[in-house]
Design a protein around this ligand. Structure first.
Ligand SMILES: NC(=O)c1ccc[n+]([C@@H]2O[C@H](COP(=O)([O-])OP(=O)(O)OC[C@H]3O[C@@H](n4cnc5c(N)ncnc54)[C@H](OP(=O)(O)O)[C@@H]3O)[C@@H](O)[C@H]2O)c1
Length: 255
C-alpha cells in the first residue's frame, strides 16, 4: 500500500517553513542531491555550510547559489575529503570554530560502485571508508554542537542496502577476498544505516538530546556513479530505481 503520510503528492519542500536563523551542515553539497538540498534550504532563509572535497567545484556551487539567492545568501564551504580521516578531523575542527549552531548535519556525500577495489588514505576499502567511516568520525566530532543546538543528524542512505550481501562481512571488512563494486556500495550504505539506528538508540539510552534520521533520496539522475569511476546505468542504479519505486518507499526513517 502506498505511504500517504504526506498526502497524495508525498513530501515536497513547500512543507518547509521559514528557516531563518537555522544552520545546516551538509557533506557533498556541491553536486547532485546535496546541491539541490542546499538550494532548498537557502530558499527558506537558512545558513548552509557545505563540506566538500573539491575547492574549485565548491566555489562554483557557492557562486551559482549566490547568483540565485543574492550575495547576502549565507552559503559557504569547508574543504573536507571523507576518504582521509585527517581531513575530516581538520574540517570538523574548522566547523566547531566557525559555526556556532548546527540544526542538522546532513551526511549526504558518497561514492558508489567503484569498479576496482581501492583503499582510502587510511587503508580502508574506499566505499566503506568514504561513506561510513568518514561520516562516523564527522558525526562524533560534531555531536556535542548538534546536541547543544537541539539539532539532528540526517543520514542519506539508499534502498540499495537491500542488495548485495545484506549484512556486514566482519571477517573481511576490506573486501580482500571477494571485491565487487555494487555489494561493496550496498554494504557501505547498510553500515551507515546501522550506525544511525544504533546512534539513536544510544542517545536515548544515555538520556542525551539529538535525533537521527535515515532517508532514501529516490532514484536521481546525478553524477554519483560516473564520478566514482563506474558507468551509469549499471546494476546498482537500476536496482536503486526498482527499490525506490517499490511499495517500501517512505520518507524519514526507513523501517
Ligand atoms: N542518485 C541516486 O539515485 C541515489 C540513490 C540512492 C541513494 N543515493 C545517495 O544519495 C547521496 C547523494 O548522492 P548523489 O546521487 O547526489 O551523488 P553525486 O551527484 O555524485 O554527489 C555526491 C557528492 O559527494 C561528494 N563526495 C564524493 N566523495 C567525497 C569525499 N571523499 N569527500 C567529500 N565529498 C565527497 C561529491 O563530490 P565531487 O563533486 O567532488 O565528486 C558530491 O558532492 C549519496 O549518499 C548516495 O548514496 C543516491
Amino acid at each position: 500500500m502506498a505511504d500517504t503520510t504526506f498526502g497524495p503528492e508525498g513530501w515536497t519542500p513547500d512543507r518547509l517553513g521559514n528557516l531563518a536563523g537555522k544552520t545546516y551542515v551538509i557533506t557533498g553539497g556541491n553536486a547532485g542531491a546535496g546541491l539541490q538540498a542546499s538550494r532548498i534550504l537557502l530558499s527558506k532563509g537558512a545558513r548552509v555550510v557545505m563540506l566538500n572535497r573539491n575547492a574549485e567545484k565548491s566555489a562554483a556551487a557557492v557562486a551559482e547559489l549566490k547568483a540565485e539567492f543574492g550575495e547576502g545568501a549565507e552559503v559557504s564551504f569547508v574543504r573536507m575529503d571523507l576518504s582521509d580521516l585527517a581531513s575530516v578531523r581538520k574540517a570538523a575542527a574548522e566547523v566547531l570554530a566557525t559555526v556556532p549552531r548546527i540544526d542538522a548535519l546532513v551526511c549526504n556525500a558518497a561514492i558508489a560502485q567503484v569498479p576496482a577495489r581501492k583503499l582510502t588514505v587510511d587503508g580502508f576499502e574506499s566505499q566503506l571508508g568514504t561513506n561510513h567511516y568518514g561520516h562516523f568520525v564527522l558525526c562524533g566530532m560534531l555531536f556535542d554542537r548538534i546536541e547543544e543546538s537541539a539539532g539532528r543528524i540526517v543520514v542519506v542512505a539508499s534502498l540499495g542496502y537491500k542488495l548485495g550481501l545484506r549484512t556486514i562481512q566482519f571477517d573481511d571488512m576490506n573486501w580482500e577476498k571477494n571485491y565487487s563494486a555494487n555489494p561493496a556500495y550496498s554494504q557501505s550504505k547498510l553500515a551507515q544505516m546501522m550506525f544511525a539506528y544504533e546512534l539513536q538508540d544510544r542517545i536515548k539510552a544515555a538520556n542525551r538530546n539529538g535525533e537521527v534520521y535515515v532517508c532514501h533520496p529516490g532514484s536521481s539522475a546525478t553524477s554519483l556513479i560516473s564520478t566514482s569511476g563506474g558507468l551509469k546505468n549499471t546494476v546498482g542504479l537500476v536496482a536503486d530505481d526498482q527499490v525506490a519505486h517499490g511499495p517500501n518507499r517512505r520518507e524519514g526513517r526507513l523501517s
